[in-house]
Design a protein. Structure first.
Length: 141
């Protein structure tokens, strides 16, 4: 996996005088079926969330409210995104380390995942993640 495989996704947006609505359809707007949904909120000042990688899991990360910063790391390159529009999500492919920080006080971070929760899919130690990246150069997103 590589940073180039991760990118912003413009979501459909319908707006009129009553407000705006965006939606996400699995396997249509994102390259996977949605098996799990979770969200982060009331994140404390200066807290960092994420700080892990996934072996197989794909995600779409959406700032439903407020803003936050996410840094992606493929073991060779890093790229930072500021997510601050609920009609734009960030697709994250497998084998990417992520750190999420600088949450605004009203931030809600919605995550759509391609797999059910499995602790076996996580890299929680950065050095272990780097060893796996170096051993898995041929994995395809």
């Amino acid at each position: 996996m590589a940073i180039k495989d991760c990118d912003l996704v413009d979501l459909p947006k319908m707006a009129d005088e009553r407000g705006a609505l965006s939606f996400i359809e699995g396997a249509r707007h994102i390259p996977f079926d949605i098996k799990r949904v979770y969200y982060l909120y009331h994140v404390l000042d200066k807290a960092t969330r994420g700080s892990h990688g996934h072996k197989k899991l794909e995600q779409l990360i959406v700032p439903v409210s407020g803003s936050f910063e996410i840094t992606l790391d493929d073991g060779r390159n890093k790229r930072t995104f500021i997510l601050d529009r609920p009609s734009v999500g960030l697709y994250v492919c497998p084998m990417i380390w992520r750190d999420i920080k600088n949450f605004s006080h009203d931030a809600v971070c919605l995550v759509l995942a391609s797999e059910y929760y499995s602790e076996d899919d996580y890299y929680r130690n950065y050095e272990e993640f780097i060893r796996a990246v170096n051993a898995n150069d041929n994995t395809i997103c």
